[in-house]
Structure formats: structure tokens, C-alpha cells
Design a protein. Structure first.
Length: 69
């Protein structure tokens, strides 16, 4: 799953640490999500999208490979 967190953070002048503190997670968690190494829980995805004022659908992009069975 791809995401636009890094782009949206920059738009809001937030560092990874700033976003992490607002979400109640570590900076490493935000880093891992941005790099696609970790998929956030639904609750965390909602928190991030609300803080960045963007819908979850616009923030997280599902790829065809994510739907393989």
C-alpha cells in the first residue's frame, strides 16, 4: 500500500516527530508507515488522516498487488 503521508506532512509543516506525537505513536512508526514497511491500524489511519485534513482514501492508495489471493 502506498501513501502520501510524507507529502501531506510537508504541506502542514510537520516533522515525523510532530505527527507521531499528535497520533500517540513513535517517530519510527510514522517512518515505517511512510516507507510502506508497516500498515497502520484503522484507528491510526483515521488519526493520521484527520490530523492531515485529508480523507483516508486520498491518503492511502491500494495497489493491485495488495489484493492477491
Amino acid at each position: 500500500m502506498k501513501n502520501l503521508i510524507k507529502v501531506e506532512r510537508a504541506r502542514h509543516s510537520l516533522s515525523q516527530t510532530d505527527l507521531a506525537e499528535k497520533c500517540g505513536v513513535t517517530r519510527q512508526t510514522i517512518y515505517a508507515i511512510e516507507k510502506g514497511k508497516f500498515t497502520p491500524s484503522v484507528i491510526l489511519a483515521f488519526k493520521i488522516s484527520r490530523i492531515l485534513s485529508i480523507s483516508i482514501e486520498d491518503l492511502f492508495i491500494m495497489e493491485d498487488k495488495d489484493f492477491r489471493i
